[in-house]
Design a protein around this ligand. Structure first.
Ligand code: SF4
Length: 160
């Protein structure tokens, strides 16, 4: 039992002398009911759809209207984390709109990720900690020739 349910149960135990027994039982039955995963996921999917209508500041990525218990200014990742901890398939499934989109997209990104390789040109903007990530952006390998080296090298001040 989580902390919220435990506190609710304790409150009901204090109130049970002051309310009709059938009311007490109705609330306690509700608190002790263990929902099926399917019921809970369906409820979370509805809440996720409602969350999609909440205005969000694109720069700060914080909500601009209250949503459930969260107030204005809460960062989206805090809310994502709440869904991630409760939804049986995780936040990625919700973000990608279900298995039909999520699985192929994950496979595609995994396939691209495997095509990254070590590169010493750390001043190139496609270099991340000594690894070429060009393929993740352009979905093709960089062109490397004997004579000129990497033709797709792109200098970045941030990487120097
Ligand atoms: S694009 Fe070329 S230079 Fe840049 S990281 Fe990849 S291989 Fe290295």
């Amino acid at each position: 039992m989580n902390e919220v349910k435990r506190q609710a149960t304790e409150t009901m135990d204090e109130l049970h002398q002051t309310i009709p027994y059938c009311s007490y039982c109705a609330v306690m039955d509700g608190l002790q009911e263990i929902e099926t995963l399917r019921d809970r996921d369906e409820e979370l999917e509805k809440l996720w759809a409602e969350f999609g209508d909440v205005p969000m500041n694109p720069e700060t990525e914080c909500i601009e209207a209250p949503f459930m218990g969260w107030g204005v200014g809460i960062h989206r990742e805090e809310i994502w984390s709440w869904f991630d901890q409760r939804y049986s398939k995780g936040i990625a499934y919700l973000l990608y709109g279900g298995a039909e989109d999520y699985v192929p997209e994950t496979k595609r990104l995994y396939g691209l990720r495997k095509r990254c390789f070590e590169c010493e040109s750390r001043s190139c903007q496609f270099n991340h900690d000594g690894e070429c990530r060009f393929v993740l952006v352009h979905e093709r390998e960089p062109q490397i020739t004997e004579a000129d080296g990497c033709i797709d090298y792109d200098y970045s001040e941030e990487n120097t």
